[in-house]
Design a protein around this ligand. Structure first.
Ligand code: 0L1
Ligand code: MG
Length: 257
């Protein structure tokens, strides 16, 4: 069953087509099995795209998204080098099924992080932070899934963009940091870094503990998208999407056909 689901999710992304959620057919899926499927799926992508792991992402970190799914915990997924888009590159909609974009804070690490870790330990291991945008593109029809489905689908990860300007974490106040998310100059959401489990480093500490339980860790040089600060927005050709954060600057991208 694990191999079948991983193969179907791999094919859905490659062929840009939606699939029905798997819990309809396999109600016995647990989160542990779903993370096994995620690992199989990531291996397939690494082989097909001749790429490697660049880091990790947190999903469902906000109370609003957790409430919507009826869960009390976030999820994580794997980022690959092939998923990174440069800040200067226009983003074509061609490779996506039904993409959405959301504001994130990226952390890049200097040291390996294994659990158990605390928020100060996460910050001490951080080389720098930077503004980021994540493109999520669930492989499931109409973004309709349960927690285990979304974990198997690598937490809807698709692409990410990280701002070139970087900032030392000790110079940033994550508890009060404000964020403004805009489309074509209009504000679509405002939030604070505290919307990510009180502090984005708390979300990362949660993930490190989960990774450790599965024999994995954050490695030096890896990036972590710490979780969206607001809901995700649908992307349309011609859109200019920007995010600005108090103390860590601004990032803007252009969407094309
Ligand atoms: O990064 C995220 O929060 C996405 C997690 C998966 C849920 C979704 O696709 O909306
Ligand atoms: Mg995200």
């Amino acid at each position: 069953m694990k191999e079948t689901i991983a193969a179907e999710l791999f094919k859905a992304e490659r062929d840009i087509e939606e699939v029905d959620k798997f819990t309809d057919k396999y109600p016995q899926l647990t989160t542990d099995i779903a993370y096994d499927i995620q690992e199989l799926l990531v291996k397939k992508k690494i082989t097909a795209e001749k790429t490697s792991i660049s880091g990790w992402k947190l999903g469902l970190t906000s109370k609003a998204k957790q409430k919507m799914m009826g869960v009390h915990e976030p999820t994580y997924g794997v980022l690959l080098k092939s998923m990174q888009i440069s800040e200067d590159e226009a983003i074509s909609l061609k490779p996506f099924i039904h993409p959405k974009i959301e504001p994130e804070i990226a952390f890049v690490f200097d040291k390996e992080l294994k659990g158990p870790v605390s928020v100060p330990e996460v910050l001490a291991a951080t080389r720098y932070v930077a503004p980021a945008l994540e493109i999520i593109d669930s492989r499931y029809r109409n973004f309709s899934f349960t927690l285990t489905d979304v974990i198997a689908d690598n937490s809807s990860s698709s692409r990410y963009i990280i701002g070139k300007q970087t900032f030392k974490p000790e110079l940033v106040d994550f508890t009060l940091m404000g964020m403004v998310f805009k489309k074509n100059g209009e504000v679509v959401a405002t939030s604070t870094a505290a919307s990510v489990m009180g502090h984005p480093a708390r979300a990362i500490a949660w993930m490190v503990n989960k990774l450790t339980a599965r024999g994995q860790s954050i490695l030096p040089g890896q990036v972590v998208l710490s979780g969206a600060l607001s809901g995700a927005m649908m992307m349309e050709a011609g859109d200019e999407v920007s995010v600005g954060f108090d103390g860590i600057g601004h990032l803007e991208v252009t969407i094309t056909t």
